[in-house]
Design a binder for this molecule. Structure first.
Ligand code: PEP
Ligand code: MN
Length: 381
């Protein structure tokens, strides 16, 4: 018996893929329509619950619903992971819809002795600042998880990292191109080439980027590629750098210096505001104490204090504080519980090969756990 190999006729790639993609586009449009209908129903339920004085969140109902969705997903061969993600997305969406719309009435009181940071301070009548970066609204009421590698190392590494970040629902990706390393013998980053790779990889996947600026002379160039500029802990009080970053008009993430007091940090933010840039976000990243088990001591009390002192959004970097990937998840939860409006974490697609901060790099799977639990949760007002 002879076997005959049948060669399929040559097909026009654009024709086949075009038709398949059009099918996907139709399904996506249907899904969006369904989500809009779901959101409208959730809003009505929220109104009815508030009118009846009932709480918005019912843990038993949510658990039963999650169980039911998992069973249905299994029957359809979709697996638990997808059901879990879907459930997270839907409950968070509903929850956000059911919350009272618009900013809550806050009775802001001016902190004592706050003339030195008069633009940054809370004041009656001054609403909270919301900083928009790409699709994300820092301080806008929903928790944001920013993630990416410590440093851009190769184009392949950054593209893989971007794939994982996007799959986890990340909307702002981090990556260092200009690295202020403690020792001059350590990897210093790839500079502009690294920044371009990061920007291309993230923007192609619909994510914005945040990256550090270390030299005032680089601020304008970095701002051409980056959606948000980072002033690192080592440079918190570098006034020429603060002014140069502010003048680009890009949002600025200002990290707390390792030995800076909260007031010194607010005064540094004041330089940015006074230079005419209102888009400032404060990032707690741990301070220097006698403790050696952790890389730095994560001062979450600063988050609580700041939320009562400033209208600026406050976020937390647990990676540089803990220095160990296993400790990042609980610290993210704690940051959210204390009123932080976002976290920034380090994730590497192959962390054993990371050129810097390998010990604290999350795996893509660990990042997925964090985003599934926390991304877009309502934040404390
Ligand atoms: C970083 O985020 O890459 C970094 C160096 O952090 P920090 O300035 O907090 O040390
Ligand atoms: Mn790092």
């Amino acid at each position: 018996m002879t076997t005959q190999t049948i060669t399929p006729p040559a097909t026009d790639d654009a024709l086949v893929f075009g038709a398949l993609r059009a099918g996907i586009d139709d399904i996506d449009a249907d899904l969006l329509g369904l989500l809009a209908r779901r959101a409208a129903l959730a809003r009505d339920i929220g109104l009815a619950k508030r009118a009846a004085g009932k709480p918005v969140f019912d843990a038993n109902r949510e658990n039963a619903k999650a169980q039911q969705l998992r069973q249905q997903a299994r029957k359809l061969g979709l697996g638990d992971g997808l059901a879990r993600q879907l459930m997270g997305l839907l409950t968070r969406g509903s929850f956000a819809q059911q919350m009272p719309q618009g900013p809550a009435e806050t009775v802001a009181t001016t902190p004592p002795d706050s003339e030195s940071f008069r633009l940054a301070r809370l004041e009656p009548g001054r609403g909270p600042t919301v900083v928009t970066v790409g699709e994300a609204q820092l301080g806008g009421g929903l928790f944001e998880v920013i993630a990416g590698p410590c440093a851009v190392e190769t184009q392949q590494q950054i593209e893989q990292a971007a794939d994982h970040a996007r799959a986890c629902g990340v909307r702002i990706m981090r990556g260092g191109a200009f690295k202020p390393r403690t020792s001059p013998y350590e990897f210093q980053g790839l500079g502009l080439q690294g920044l371009q790779w990061l920007a291309d990889a993230a923007h192609a996947r619909g994510m914005a980027i945040v990256t550090e600026v270390t030299d005032p002379a680089d601020a304008a160039t970095v701002a051409q590629h980056a959606d948000m500029l980072q002033v690192g802990a080592r440079n918190m009080q570098n006034v020429p750098l603060l002014r140069a970053c502010a003048q680009t008009g890009r949002p600025v993430m200002l990290k707390r210096g390792a030995s800076a007091t909260i007031r010194e940090w607010l005064c540094a933010a004041e330089y940015l505001l006074l230079a005419g840039n209102p888009k400032v976000v404060l990032c707690e990243r741990g301070i220097r104490t006698f403790e050696r088990e952790t890389r730095n001591t994560l001062d979450l009390s600063s988050v609580v204090a700041l939320r009562g002192m400033t209208h600026l959004p406050v976020m937390v970097d647990p990676s540089h504080a803990a220095g160990r990937h296993e400790w990042i998840m609980p610290l993210c939860r704690a940051a959210h519980a204390c009123g932080a409006q976002a976290v920034i974490v380090e994730m590497h697609p192959c962390r054993d090969q990371a050129l810097c901060d390998k010990r604290q790099a999350l795996s893509p799977g660990q990042l997925m756990q964090i985003t599934e639990e926390l991304q877009q949760l309502p934040t404390r007002r």
